[in-house]
Design a protein around this ligand. Sequence first.
Ligand SMILES: [Cu+2]
Length: 474
Amino acid sequence: MSHHLLSRSNARANVANGGLCLALATALVAVAPSPVVRAPIFPAEAPAPAVREYTLTAHEFDWEIMPGVTVRAWGYNGSTPGPEIRAREGDTIRVTLVNRLPTGTTIHWHGMDVPPEMDGPAGLNQAEVEPGQEFVYEFVAANPGSRWYHAHADPANQIALGLYGPMVIEPREPERAYDREQTYILTEWDMELTPDVALGRAPRGPRDRLLRGGELGTDLFLINGKAHESIPRIETAAAERVLIRLMNAGNLPHAVHSHGHSFKIVATDGNPVPKGMELLKDTVLIGPGERYDLELTADNPGVWMFHCHMENHAANGMMTLIEYEGATPTGPAATDFEAMHGNHQQPPANPLANPTGALQSVPTPPAAQDAPSQVLTQTPAAAGSGAAGNEAVEVALLDDRFGEKLIEVKAGTTLRFVNEGGHLHSVAAADGSFASDGLHSGDAYEVTLDTPGEYRIICKQHALRGMAARVLVR
Ligand SMILES: [Cu+2]
């Protein structure tokens, strides 16, 4: 087996070092427009093979999927997905797995051709790494491309709770160069699957109990462990070339669609598509475990949707934006665009910028509290809602709009927002003066508005889809 692997990597090395690739790369540089290069992702000068050391500490922590929606998760180094592991073809990757979970775990290197004892499946190829124990994975990064890693002990629960992360092996002789790079790793989230359920310490939730064949339910559809506006956007400028690495770490296929732009599929499962054979598409169906590398040329300035085209997935988290520098939406959402802006996060810096290539293990302390209460009261007076002349007015949250576009009330009125839809929603003042947590179907949020004036309210999940209303307090 190992002989077979060795000869395969030798064959790749021969191709990579041959003059053909070099000639193609030179030709590409000669004919391509010259975009503004901000941060070279693949530096032209590849240093000698290095040893890249990482520590991945598996543990439990509170994870904010988006403001107002925090869950108990399992992940690596306080994050789900875990940190990006990046190396160059031919480097040695050495990862120390530190298990601080209350159960055994392992790591599988998905798409990497490693020796069997480094492959990860618990039982078949190694014993589980027990709680409190460590295990060192070491292998040569022989096959470049978009890879990923995930737990391979009880994977149905452990991956679903967040034990996965991206891994990128840069080719030693890159054939293509990009101005920007964004990795999007897709998953689903089941609010009823908690660490305690996975450990058998709590019963399955009422909806999951009805499922058959171990099929998990799904409440939210995540990109990089985040939903909606907390997903990092594809930020670009005109004429740039952007590489988007899609990785599906979940259990469902997703149909990823870009507005305003077609993209070229330049790699499938991390392996380059030969020049001239790339498909030009605007929607790509990505199955569980698969990767697609998309090359998108920023030639249509604006603010564009980038989302899963299974529309219930988009409505429950799996939507982000392609945002050109300085551009704003051309529709009513322009009003809320700046208010929403603080909710998305910058992508992490390329670890290769760090000369040691190592990441610190940063376990977070145990959480002080469990899931927040689903029904919130903004003011103590509203709890009794019995103050003289203090009437309650109910407003429905539907999919994906408020029951009323204009709500007129007297000062001192309590507004009771009830989620009568099937999706997760929230209510927040656009000026930030009040905000509910995430409201699941049937949940309610109350707020008493004492000061006359006009308030613009938005759903943080769906403001950019037009879920906004006005409240006039007189
Ligand atoms: Cu989807």
